[in-house]
Design a binder for this molecule. Sequence first.
Ligand code: GLN
Length: 385
Amino acid sequence: LSDRVGTFTDSVIRRMTRISDEYGAINLSQGFPDFDPPAEILDALARVAHEGPHQYSITFGAENFREALARKQSRAIGREIDPEKEIVVTCGGTESMMCAVMTICNPGDKIIVFSPFYENYGADAILSGAEPIYVPLVPPEYHFDLKLVEEGFRQGAKGIIVCNPSNPCGKVFTREELMGIGQLALQYDAFVITDEVYEHMVYAPNHHVCMASLPGMYEHTITCNSLSKTYSITGWRLGYLIGPEEVVEGAKKVHDFLTVGAPAPLQEAAVVGLNFPQSYYDNLLETYTRKRQHFLDGLDRIGLKHNIPQGTYFVLVDIQEFLDLPQFAGYTDLEFCEWMIREIGVAAVPGSSFFREPVNNLIRLHFAREESTIDEAIRRLSRMA
Ligand code: GLN
């Protein structure tokens, strides 16, 4: 086997789903909804089953899909996106991130990653031969020191990955924070790679700002995104990246040889979603705002300590008080999560899989669940508290 495969483990997030399924637990680990996608999208899928297309789309995305994407994201970025030259449709946000890192990094290049971070970024860097430089997001506010970011660029980092809103800590970067990062990227002639898959799950009074919309930043930003969370279709594997023409030209090649293309029938069905009016996104946010409140109230009621996410559907819960009990002496957070699945019937992701620093006292839970399921999860978690 290659040395490469020895340098990272399987995804702990996805592993927790497998263990959860094995024990029939309530799965609050890997983030995906348990409710149906919008009916219009499902109807379109049924139509496409008979009418097609069933063969490849253009490798970098079906034309009507890219055009609909360009219309939607031009509004978010505040600039006319060219669907021919500035978009690559990928197999999920996962491929768009991998593709972005492979497009800008040579083996040996450095890339700045905030910690905690979504675990894929580690593998994105390793598979591209790039070396991450970690900059801590410091709880409880998950603030960062811009000087450390600059230090990374001074060491020659080719780019920085910004997950906004941030998985797993729910941080929403303010305009000022993004401006600070962006200014450094311009000054050091580097790229910002953003992961914005939770863009529509940003809770008031916070609001989402696209890095690519800031003055001068379009040419230095690769925006990665996905339809998974926005339309509740995580299994469809539809994502995309948007960037300046020269970058996208490179990314198109990387993408073509990685996967040839995202599923053509699913692009055709999902176009319907991309053309939804603003009210769809308002309703989605309202739904998740309600679920968030419901879940946080439940956690408060049973006395579990947690952060309050500004965005995403993830919550970090502090398990230190349990680890201090004699029966959990010496437990890692992973062992604690395995115990939870077996004995409590709720699956979480151990926090250590998101942190560069040695963190053992956090677990990540998500609330993309029907409220009755959230209630049952809280009931089960109360046996722990
Ligand atoms: N982003 C989701 C999570 O962190 C899952 C994404 C995935 O597993 N591809 O749980």
